[in-house]
Design a binder for this molecule. Sequence first.
Ligand code: FAD
Length: 324
Amino acid sequence: MSNLLTHIAISDGKVKRASLEVLSRCKQLAEEHGHTAEAVIIDPDASSYVEQVKQYGPDKIYIVEDPIFKNHINTPLLKALTAIMDEANPYLFAFASTESTKDILGALAANQDAAVLSDVSGFDLTDSGIEATRPVMAAKILSDSQAVGDKILVSVRSGSYELVESPSNPEIVKIDYSFDESELKTTLRDILGASGDKIDLSEAETIVAAGRGAKDEEGQKLIHQLAEVLNAAVGASRALTEAGIVNPSLQIGQTGKVVSPQLYIAVGISGAIQHVAGMANSKVIVAINKDPDAPIFDIADYGIVGDLYKVLPPFIEELKKIKA
Ligand code: FAD
């Protein structure tokens, strides 16, 4: 019997949904293959998240608490992850594919002499390791990759798995940890705030994304009205971030955020490959575009061919009525 360990990411005082998706997947694999599913929380207030994480069925939860984890800094985090791997000896250590994970996974793999597959959209256990599907070439191609060994790291795109609640009564193990700040070779001076948008794009269930077609004030107003009625996050194509109309932190795509909501509504977006790279994993894609040949319709589940200034007002009104 081996151990499938999941890292639980905390951001702005909340457990990242993507981590719980990964834990749900590991729990399912543990049950199928007769392994244990364990989780680790690294945060100044790690204990306060235990109740929530328990709902997803881990057999054991490790907690590492220290004020140093208030912000993401690689050196102390690497030290904590190394301590956890030494203690838990996982066969598989799975992460949500967040910015922080991207920052540290390579270093952890080198440090632990582990195989690593990053940013996958699905994975399974094999007799000798894992096999995984990775979107590559701006998500135009899905590659099948394998990692072989007895110590494997994997990071998983958000939205790749459903949340499955299966409450457990796990053993809680507190890992002794201390970090001498004088060991730090770099100092974090400031974190520049993001857009201040209410809903985190990478965790959003619904996203309304605006493209060049909705670049003027009226278009932006309609986008925000639609987002409000759907309780959705607002995103944008690079055409709008480059033009300074939308904050760059809201850009979706190859050089922006990778998102995977349940519902993605692309308004006035052509569907360039670099945009699609960031949203192709969405469950249901709706496109509104006046050009019937726009490439976005190739990947859309539902399409409305029309002028967004004419389509959106009655659409928003109908949604308001349904909600009322
Ligand atoms: P356009 O391609 O100009 O499309 C606008 C669409 O709006 C058209 O299809 C048009 O028919 C429609 N439209 C216009 N008026 C209306 C109306 N009234 N009603 C309905 N529809 C209307 N792009 C990204 O988005 N994200 C990235 O991360 C990204 N990274 C890139 C990285 C590199 C290296 C490069 C080279 C490019 C990158 N791009 C990225 C840019 C990308 O190639 C496209 O230029 C960009 O996505 C186009 O944005 P758009 O669809 O909003 O604009």
